[in-house]
Structure formats: structure tokens, C-alpha cells
Unconditional design. Structure first.
Length: 137
């Protein structure tokens, strides 16, 4: 059920045996993202439950979910980039059907994130799925 862009990450991760290499790849994905405009770093876009500062700005464009995001932590920026690959461009009704935990488990992320990072990731997923659910026809 994951997007083609997410499937590309899964394929790339299959070639990386070492978690450190996967960790670096996640960070590089985050570095490749455009920064979130400061005007969007407001309380309404801030994600509670994250150890670091995290902002997500989801919207529906052309009937699909699009979102921008940023964090002050490199690894979290990378996790936002991974979530963009998972959800960006997906119709809102399908976003809520994606089992993010299972999909991210294919990357080995569930096993290698601290409890705080896992809680933050869960909060980001809940924010995106809640937005998509509220935006579904």
C-alpha cells in the first residue's frame, strides 16, 4: 500500500546491512528537504510529543496529501523525509489505510529508534493521519 517513492527507500535499505549506514541515509534524506518557511513554524503546525522541535504543514492539493515539515534534530528531519515518501501524494482516504508502523518496520526503524524518537514519530504519524481523516470526503 506504500507509495512508489517509499518502495524506492525500501529497496535502497535492502542494500545496507549496517544500521549505521541506514541511519546516515535517513539523515541524508532529511538534509535534501527544503527547509520549512519560518512563517509556518507556528504553534498550529508544531507537533506535541516529540523530544525535539517538529513542525508539519499538511494540506490537500489536487485531491492528495502534500506536506512540508522540519525539525531541529537531523535524524527527525530524516524521519519527516521518510514520512513524506510514505504519505506525500496519497489520497487522504488511503493515508489512513497505510499501516505506518508496519511500513517503517520494513526499514528497521522500529528497532533502532529511542523511546523518545519512537513517541515523536508516532505523534507525527497521528498528526498526518488525523489531518487526512478530517480531509477525507
Amino acid at each position: 500500500m506504500a507509495s512508489a517513492a517509499f518502495e524506492e527507500i525500501v529497496e535502497d535499505f535492502e542494500f545496507l546491512d549496517d544500521w549505521e549506514d541506514r541511519y546516515r541515509m535517513v539523515i541524508e534524506l532529511g538534509r535534501a528537504m527544503e527547509p520549512l518557511p519560518d512563517a509556518l513554524k507556528v504553534p498550529a503546525t508544531k507537533v506535541d510529543g516529540c523530544a525535539s522541535q517538529v513542525w508539519l504543514h499538511p494540506q490537500i492539493e489536487g485531491g492528495v496529501l502534500r506536506f512540508e515539515g522540519e525539525s531541529d534534530a537531523m535524524i527527525v528531519n530524516g524521519l519527516i523525509a521518510v514520512l513524506r515518501k510514505l504519505y506525500d501524494g496519497v489520497p487522504p482516504s488511503e493515508v489512513t489505510a497505510i499501516d505506518a508502523r508496519a511500513e517503517l518496520g520494513r526499514l528497521g526503524l522500529n528497532d533502532h529508534l529511542s523511546a523518545q524518537r519512537s513517541n515523536g514519530l508516532r505523534a507525527m504519524i497521528e498528526r498526518l493521519q488525523g489531518f487526512a481523516h478530517a480531509s477525507s470526503p
